[in-house]
Design a binder for this molecule. Structure first.
Ligand SMILES: [Zn+2]
Length: 196
């Protein structure tokens, strides 16, 4: 059993101060035969590489409506989002997208094509959204979601969306739908030099 309330815990920053192999303080320098600064342990030799993380999610469509979830967690608590989250080890992007949907909306879905791939270098992430067909209107949102609801495409709460990746994915979906319902994969980058 956890010794603390859930609110006690937080995702650790990616910056590391100590070596996870030998517990000595890390230094920040370019290793031999490398070309960028790494977290390096001068005591045991471990190089602690850091690489981008994948966020995986879906665009759940139910007829003329899209399913959105209101976030019960930070960041952007209370804002509306597409079901999405960090990919876990040992799963494919598609499995991760389906799992995140299961956790956040509980809707039964059938995943279709990969719809957006969005590079977000300012936060070291790549986001993948799959189109998905919702199978019925039964929802079972989990603890990360305040409520899940279907929105008409002309009633999306644009000012209350959680992230630019969500807004631009929805914009692409509406555009493609208006242009005849062909949904190619859109690949683009979002980088304002600010945290998004
Ligand atoms: Zn070490």
């Amino acid at each position: 059993m956890s010794p603390h309330e859930p609110s006690f815990y937080f995702p650790a920053p990616r910056t590391q101060n100590f070596c996870s192999q030998c517990a000595h303080p890390l230094s920040h320098q370019i290793p031999p035969d490398d070309n960028r600064i790494r977290d390096l342990c001068e005591h045991c030799g471990a190089v602690h590489y850091q690489n981008p993380r994948n966020v995986v999610g879906i665009v759940p469509i139910w007829g003329d409506q899209v399913l959105l979830c209101r976030r019960a967690i930070e960041p952007r608590l209370g804002k509306w989002t597409l079901p999405a989250g960090f990919m876990e080890l040992g799963e494919t992007t598609e499995q991760g997208a389906a799992r995140e949907n299961q956790e956040e909306s509980g809707a039964q879905i059938k995943i279709q094509s990969l719809f957006t791939i969005i590079d977000v270098p300012s936060v070291n992430q790549v986001h993948f959204y799959y189109l998905a067909e919702v199978q019925n209107d039964l929802l079972a949102p989990g603890p990360e979601t305040i409520e899940a609801a279907f929105f008409d495409l002309d009633a999306i709460p644009w000012d209350e969306l959680s992230f630019r990746t969500v807004a631009t994915t929805l914009e692409h979906y509406i555009q493609d739908r208006q242009r005849g319902g062909i949904y190619p994969t859109h690949h683009y980058a979002i980088d304002f030099g600010l945290r998004d």
